[in-house]
Ligand binder design. Structure first.
Ligand SMILES: Cc1ncc(COP(=O)(O)O)c(C=O)c1O
Length: 420
């Protein structure tokens, strides 16, 4: 009797919580959040769906994303709910199912099995797991190019001595990128692979010039040459371009949800192919290893974590999923073309990214001829409210422009007006 009454209370609590969560989520589901700008403007979502200051022309989504107001509200609602009974939400059943629903949303985005998805903190964490967790030792080489972000490269150098493997970083021919075909990109990597290369680490889209790597072709070429693990830094792709990870042939894929997915900050995602899970040791372990064995959940065995943010990532994914892939692509392509037209119309600017959309993305590098790009970026912020990032490395002197779904061609014109 006592047991069944307790059981009743527990069941009632769980269903009440699920109903509450469904209520929060239904707000995000309403497609009127995607109010378009006026006909003349070319963004997908109105800027007033975000919290950006009115004098800021935010063109730096590759550094850090903006969170839609509706997702911020959902996050606040989960935080509030959690504080009504922290033990219940952190350590009992009510949020287990909603958390698994978020994992399924990620699996839908990644096009993979949900048991191959881990909800991490960021891309850097996943690469640290790879650098310390793969069975590598003396005689094994980890290979990557100068396009790799520090978050997907420094970890290897840091672990190499301790584990006895070697690391080789080669210079990517960044100045050839504008005219490179996907086949050229594959050749650059294939030519660098040696018999000792066991890991090839590549960006899907790098953060500097935005070169999109043809994953399937690179994974095939690398595996054929004896590379065991092709690991991919997808920090710049999830929710920007379509993904098909199960099909891609890559072994591990990491992304940061706080960029293009527009989730609360401090969340990342990993795809770890089923058979790789048997050899890749987790970085953090506590009570979940036995329970989650055979799934990528073993890579999120953190103990206490910020679950309200994890649930709000589900709302961010819902928000993004309301935009049809074709509309998103059309938007990014038209902005990319517009920027090239602006650049090509003046001798003061040079285009440094790919001119082939299949090898590009929604982040592009432009040189303001004769001016240090760090000065250009500072001037843009101080005088124009435009936010971009500068790069003065590997012979580049560029600003990186990374517009997203709420940006329009008017934002590009505003930026350019300040540098011409
Ligand atoms: C290509 C790329 N990889 C990795 C990272 C690191 O991301 P996080 O700090 O979220 O791990 C970034 C951040 O800008 C990036 O652009």
């Amino acid at each position: 009797m006592t047991f069944s009454r307790r059981q009743f209370v527990k069941t009632a609590t769980v269903s009440a919580v699920l109903a509450e969560i469904a209520g929060i989520r239904s707000i995000t589901h309403q497609s009127d959040h995607l109010t378009r700008r006026s006909q003349q403007q070319s963004s997908i979502v109105s800027a007033d769906q975000y919290s950006l200051a009115p004098d800021i022309n935010y063109l730096n989504h590759a550094s850090i994303g903006t969170v839609p107001v509706v997702v911020q509200r959902a996050h606040e609602a989960y935080l509030k709910l959690c504080e009504t009974n922290p033990w219940l939400y952190m350590w009992s059943e009510p949020w287990q199912e909603p958390r698994e629903q978020v994992r399924q949303q990620v699996a839908d985005l990644f096009q993979c099995d949900s048991n191959e998805v881990a909800i991490t903190h960021n891309t850097t964490e996943v690469f640290n797991t790879i650098a310390s967790g793969l069975p590598l030792g003396p005689g094994d080489e980890v290979l990557f190019s100068s396009l790799n972000h520090s978050g997907a490269s420094i970890c290897f150098a840091h672990r190499a001595d301790e584990k006895g493997y070697s690391v080789r970083r080669f210079d990517f021919p960044v100045h050839d990128v504008p005219e490179m075909t996907p086949e050229d990109v594959v050749s650059v990597y294939a030519d660098q692979i040696r018999p000792s290369t066991r890991v090839l680490a590549i960006p899907h889209i790098d953060n500097m010039i935005g070169l999109r790597h043809p994953l399937k072709m690179i994974a095939k070429a690398a595996h054929e040459r004896g590379v065991e693990w092709v690991v991919v830094d997808g920090a710049q792709t999830a929710s920007m371009i379509p993904l098909d990870l199960a099909e891609s042939g890559v072994d591990v894929y990491a992304t940061s949800a706080h960029k293009w997915i527009q989730s609360p900050k401090g969340l990342g995602l990993a795809y770890v192919r089923r058979d790789v899970q048997d050899v890749l040791s987790p970085l953090w372990v506590t009570w979940g290893q036995t329970r989650w064995k055979g799934t990528a959940r073993i890579y999120e065995d953190y103990g206490t974590r910020a679950l309200p943010a994890v649930l709000a990532m589900g709302d961010a994914l819902t928000f993004q999923a309301m935009i049809p892939a074709t509309e998103r692509s059309a938007h990014h392509i038209s902005m990319w073309k517009e920027m090239q037209e602006i650049v090509d119309s003046t001798s003061k600017l040079e285009w440094r990214s790919s001119r082939n959309w299949e090898a590009g993305g929604a982040l592009y590098a432009v040189e303001v001829v004769g001016q240090p790009s760090s000065d250009v970026a500072r001037h843009l912020f101080e005088e124009n409210g435009s936010i971009v990032r500068s790069f003065q490395t590997q012979g580049l002197n560029t600003i990186r422009i990374s517009p997203n779904i709420m940006n329009s061609v008017e934002d590009l014109s505003q930026l350019v007006s300040a540098v011409l």
